[in-house]
Design a protein around this ligand. Structure first.
Ligand code: TYM
Length: 334
C-alpha cells in the first residue's frame, strides 16, 4: 500500500531553531515520518521576504538542515530539501497568485503583524504574497497532512481554499490538505512574555530557548522565566500564563500528563519546578545541539543529502506542475 504524502517546512531565518519550532512541529515530523511519504523543506525563498544578509542566509540554511537531521529526520525515509532547489515552488506560486483575491490576501494576520512592525512602506510585495507561496509549497506535494503550530492555521485555510477553487474551476488537480496541529504543543510561549508566542523575533533573548543554546544558557533562561506571586503550581493559562507555559513544556518533553506533574510538585516552590523543567529541556536538546554541530563540520555531506532530497522533491513537484499547466490550458512544450 502506498503511504499518504505529508509536507511541512521552516524558515532558515536564524542560526538556531527554537523550542516552539521543536515542540510545535519538529517532534511531530519525526513521529510521522514512518506513516507518511514525507517532504520536509527549508523555505529559503520565504526567508527573503524580509531582508537577509546573504552570508548568514547561506549559513543558516545549512544550520537548519543540520538541526532537522539531528532532531531525528531520516533522509532515507523522508525527502529533506531546500525550497529554491525546486523551481516549481515559484512557478506554482505565480499561478496561485492569479486565483487569489486581493482582499483575501489582505486578511492574512501574519502579514498584518509583520508589516505593522516594519511599517507598511517598508514591507515587500513578497511578504504580502508569502501565504500564496506557502500554498504552492504544500499543494505541489499532494499531501493529506501538514503538521504545524497554531500560528500557521490561517495559512492552511487559505491553502485549502485555493486548492478547492482551482479544482472546481479547472478540474481535480490538488489533494485538499489538512493542518495537523497538536493541541498541547500548538503554541509555546515566550519565557519573558508568557502571553506571546515564542518567536525568533523576541524582544528579549531571555524569552527564547534555542536548540543550539549551551545547557548553562538554557538553565539560566528558564530560571529567570516570568511567573507570578501566588506560589501555586497549577495549570491556568489565563491567570497563570508563565507557570502554565512551563508545565506545558515539561509535559510535552516528558510525556507526563500535566495533572500528574501538578500532583507531584504540590507543595514545592517555583524554584523546584524551574529546575526540573530546565533539566528536561537540557536532556532533550543537548544531544541535538551536539549532533548538529558534528554535522556542520562536513557541509559537503549536508549539501549532498539536500541534493538527494531535492531530486526526489523535484520529481513529485514537476508532476503536479505539469498537471496544473495542462488543466489551465497552457500549451505543453514538445
Ligand atoms: P516558521 O519557520 O515560523 O516555524 C516553523 C514551525 O514551527 C511552528 N512554531 C511554533 N509552534 C508552537 N509554538 C511556537 N511558539 C511556535 N513558533 C513556531 C510553526 O507553526 C511552524 O510549524 N510559514 C511557515 C513556513 C512555511 C511552511 C510552508 C510551513 C513555508 N511553507 C509549508 C508548512 C508548510 C513559517 O514561517 O514557519
Amino acid at each position: 500500500m502506498t503511504k499518504p504524502n505529508l509536507l511541512s517546512g521552516m524558515q532558515p531565518s536564524a542560526a538556531s531553531l527554537h523550542l516552539g519550532n521543536y515542540l510545535g512541529a519538529l517532534t511531530q515530523w519525526v513521529a510521522m515520518q514512518d506513516q507518511f511519504n514525507a517532504f520536509y523543506v527549508i523555505v529559503d525563498l520565504h526567508a527573503i521576504t524580509v531582508p537577509q544578509d546573504p552570508k548568514l542566509l547561506l549559513e543558516n540554511t545549512r544550520r537548519t538542515a543540520a538541526q532537522y537531521l539531528a532532531a531525528g529526520l531520516d533522509p532515507d525515509k523522508s525527502s529533506l530539501f531546500v525550497q529554491s532547489h525546486v523551481p516549481a515552488h515559484a512557478q506554482l506560486a505565480w499561478v496561485l497568485n492569479c486565483i487569489t483575491g486581493f482582499g483575501e490576501a489582505s486578511r492574512m494576520t501574519q502579514f498584518k503583524d509583520k508589516s505593522q512592525k516594519g511599517g507598511a512602506d517598508n514591507s515587500s510585495v513578497g511578504l504580502f504574497t508569502y501565504p500564496i507561496l506557502q500554498a504552492a509549497d504544500i499543494l505541489l506535494y499532494q499531501p493529506t497532512a501538514v503538521p504545524v503550530g497554531e500560528d500557521q492555521r490561517q495559512h492552511l485555510e487559505l491553502t485549502r481554499d485555493l486548492a478547492m477553487r482551482f479544482n472546481s474551476r479547472y478540474g481535480e488537480t490538488f489533494t485538499i490538505p489538512k493542518a495537523e496541529i497538536l493541541k498541547e504543543t500548538a503554541k509555546i510561549y515566550d519565557l519573558q512574555v508568557p502571553t506571546a508566542k515564542m518567536s525568533k523575533s523576541a524582544h528579549d533573548p531571555k524569552g527564547l530557548i534555542n536548540l543550539m543554546d549551551e545547557p548553562a544558557q538554557i538553565t539560566k533562561k528558564i530560571k529567570s522565566a516570568v511567573t507570578d506571586t501566588d506560589g501555586d503550581i497549577r495549570f491556568d493559562r489565563e491567570n497563570k500564563p508563565g507557570i502554565s507555559n512551563l508545565l506545558g513544556i515539561y509535559s510535552a518533553l516528558t510525556g507526563e500528563p500535566v495533572a500528574k506533574i501538578e500532583a507531584g510538585l504540590s507543595g514545592s516552590g517555583y524554584g523546584t519546578l524551574k529546575a526540573e523543567v530546565a533539566d528536561a529541556v537540557v536532556a532533550a536538546l543537548e544531544p541535538i545541539r551536539t549532533r548538529a554541530n558534528e554535522l556542520l563540520e562536513d557541509p559537503a555531506e549536508l549539501d549532498r543529502l539536500l541534493a538527494k532530497g531535492a531530486a526526489s522533491a523535484n520529481q513529485t513537484a514537476e508532476k503536479t506542475l505539469k498537471a496544473v499547466y495542462a488543466n489551465l490550458g497552457l500549451v505543453t512544450p514538445v
